[in-house]
Design a protein around this ligand. Structure first.
Ligand code: CA
Length: 294
């Protein structure tokens, strides 16, 4: 596969672009700028870009089945009506941990919304992974997380893959779709430091993992069955944060990036840092983003 189909989606550059979500009903791609508290959305068919600015950071978003979005803001779960620009609080978490904020999040195949936290000052093991249930209750799934990041569920819904960035690993858990319980963690992919820091992640219909590599200038497709890299997408920017498949045939790979933390010289060398990229007709197909059923 060549990379001639890699393009920038819009001219907008995020400070910390993250949480790309394909909304198949409205045929649009959504993503956030965590640090500026912005939700961006783009309709590829009519090349229209819109955004909504919140009054706080936004770690992750997902589509809500009954309309609108569910989101993990700095330390709270909310429902968002994008058209009316209205926000409704569901639940606060970690209110006693002011240094923490939500980071990556995603819906599971049963319609729960999972999101994890991290310490803003990068304290180790200060974060946790939570699930927002359909009845709006919140469960703690993993504690002692340093930087909660990529999540993906296997096509048979029996495995959760998860990334706590500083571990350099993708870990698999046995996942029970009915209860949402996760058990028996084991490392399935170990990523050498020189490749970058594993950040956001998605999965394709073959069950292979696509891991964005912060500081790594690329996304790598891994086989979780043997931990081996299969394929690599190179980007013209170093801080690659996450990716998701979308488009009419679920074969376009959208990739978010960041410019935060880059020095002046880096920014000159990487004028597209913070852009949303698209790899059209990637040659692979993704699984549609799950929706929140609460
Ligand atoms: Ca991330």
């Amino acid at each position: 596969m060549s990379q001639i189909n890699l393009e920038v989606v819009t001219k907008h550059c995020c400070l910390l672009g993250e949480s790309p979500v394909w909304d198949d009903n409205q045929k649009r791609i959504l993503w956030v700028d965590i640090l500026t508290g912005e939700i961006h959305y783009y309709y590829p068919d009519r090349t229209e870009h819109k955004s909504f600015k919140l009054d706080q950071m936004v770690g992750a978003i997902a589509i809500r089945e009954s309309g609108g979005l569910v989101a993990a803001l700095k330390s709270e779960f909310v429902i968002i009506n994008l058209n009316k620009e209205k926000i409704e609080l569901i639940s606060k978490v970690e209110t006693f941990l002011s240094d923490n904020r939500f980071n990556d999040g995603k819906c599971d195949p049963a319609g729960r919304f999972w999101a994890g936290t991290m310490s803003i000052s990068n304290k180790r093991y200060a974060g946790s992974l939570y699930s927002l249930e359909k009845d709006f209750s919140v469960n703690t799934k993993i504690i002692g997380v340093s930087c909660s990041n990529g999540m993906a569920w296997s096509p048979d819904y029996k495995t959760l893959y998860y990334i706590d960035t500083p571990t350099q690993n993708v870990v698999a858990y046995n996942y029970d779709i009915r209860s949402g319980s996760i058990t028996d963690s084991r490392i399935v992919v170990s990523i050498p430091r020189e490749e970058g820091y594993p950040d956001g992640m998605t999965i394709d219909t073959e069950g292979m993992l696509w891991v964005a590599l912060w500081g790594g200038w690329k996304v790598i497709r891994y086989n979780p069955g043997n931990g081996k890299p299969l394929h690599q997408i190179n980007l013209p920017v170093s801080q690659v944060t996450s990716c998701i498949f979308g488009g009419d045939k679920m074969e376009d790979l959208y990739i978010t990036t960041a410019k935060t933390g880059l020095l002046k010289n880096d920014l000159i060398a990487q004028p597209l840092a913070g852009s949303l990229f698209i790899l059209k007709k990637s040659g692979f197909m993704g699984i549609k983003s799950f929706e929140y059923k609460g």
